[in-house]
Design a protein around this ligand. Structure first.
Ligand SMILES: [Zn+2]
Length: 342
């Protein structure tokens, strides 16, 4: 059983790096009498890459296992690179939960390292039918061919349905998150010893119900937005699942390619400005974790008034941001979309 030793090693590493976590996993006493009144020790150690999934996993796991989240609030998950200590924690985990579909580009080698060390790696997106990145060009014939070709087969990354053009941002739709939670719960109960209890299953069911209620709430909240204003222009291609679920069109994105590392061409931006003007789009939505400069510059260039609105696209916000948890983040974003487009 590697769990206890690996757990202790990870705890020792954490103790050096992070003063705010008083870990008690290392004090586990093997010979303790099975006292009915004693609280069971945490069964294992789950490491989660993104803070969105970290909040979700911590909520359903409760105190029944340790949960370490790699990316702090406000991180850009496409670019976040782990510290040496974090990479070690990933390799020592009893289960590593990642978003998947190459979302965490800066963590790919750390994730591969964990896999090579035998850590079970679960991709949260795996139960979701992935949307494909679309060319949001407007028929102007600029070759948006930055790796958008679909269906590269035989890449050997172990998940047959994950393809080059798969959009990883499923979490912008709480209904899909509810499906993902069931999958994560299954992985947790498989890989974390002693977690598969009635209490755990009750927490999972309760959280799934909250997500479904939130989904209905968001749908009702956005209902007053008229059809012709259900148009999103965003900093990068993050809201396709949201758009698909709630009946919006993604008219265009500033940064091509589905991540945040590429640079748009002047011609692409001119096209987008023209489309915004032609459609009378009132707002450009930017990610809280990315600088709004490009959106502000574009808004200034468009011949109509365009508001730049910050959303918590793919990372939780700091305290008092209205996006401290996944549930709050989804609700806050929906409120801001409503305010900007209605
Ligand atoms: Zn993204």
């Amino acid at each position: 059983m590697r769990g206890v030793l690996a757990g202790a090693a990870a705890v020792a590493l954490i103790a050096c790096g992070n003063g705010d976590t008083a870990q008690d996993g290392a004090t586990e006493v093997q010979g303790a009498a099975p006292d009915a009144a004693a609280e069971p020790e945490p069964a294992g150690r789950v490491v989660v890459t993104t803070n969105v999934l970290g909040d979700v996993v911590a909520t359903i796991v409760g105190d029944d296992a340790e949960v370490e989240v790699i990316m702090p609030p406000g991180s850009n998950p496409h670019e976040f690179a782990p510290s040496a200590r974090q990479a070690a924690a990933m390799r020592e985990a009893d289960l590593l939960i990642v978003n998947g579909a190459k979302f965490e580009e800066g963590l790919i080698s750390a994730i591969e390292g964990a896999k090579a060390d035998g850590v079970p790696v679960y991709e949260a997106i795996s139960p979701i039918e992935p949307l494909q990145f679309e060319d949001h060009g407007h028929g102007h014939g600029h070759g948006h061919d930055h790796g958008h070709e679909h269906g590269h087969e035989g890449e050997g990354h172990g998940h047959g349905h994950v393809h080059e053009g798969d959009d990883p941002h499923f979490f912008t739709d709480p209904a899909r998150m509810a499906i993902a939670v069931e999958g994560m719960a299954e992985a947790l109960s498989t890989h974390i010893e002693g977690l598969d209890t009635e209490e755990f299953r009750a927490r999972v069911a309760d959280y799934v119900a909250q997500l479904q209620a939130l989904d209905a709430e968001v749908e009702a909240m956005l209902a007053p937005i008229p059809a012709e204003r259900r148009v999103l222009v965003t900093n990068h291609d993050v809201y396709s699942y949201f758009a698909d679920r709630y009946g919006f069109e993604v008219l265009g994105v500033l940064i091509p390619g589905g991540a945040t590392l590429a640079e748009p061409s002047a011609a692409d931006l001119a096209d987008l400005a023209a489309a915004i003007e032609a459609e009378g789009v009132p707002a450009i939505f930017v990610d809280a974790a990315a600088p709004p400069r490009l959106a502000e510059a574009l808004a200034a260039e468009v011949g109509i008034e365009v508001e730049v609105v910050t959303l918590f696209a793919e990372s939780l916000g700091p305290p008092d941001s209205g996006a401290e948890t996944y549930l709050e983040m989804v609700r806050t974003n929906a409120e801001r979309v409503l305010a900007a487009l209605s």
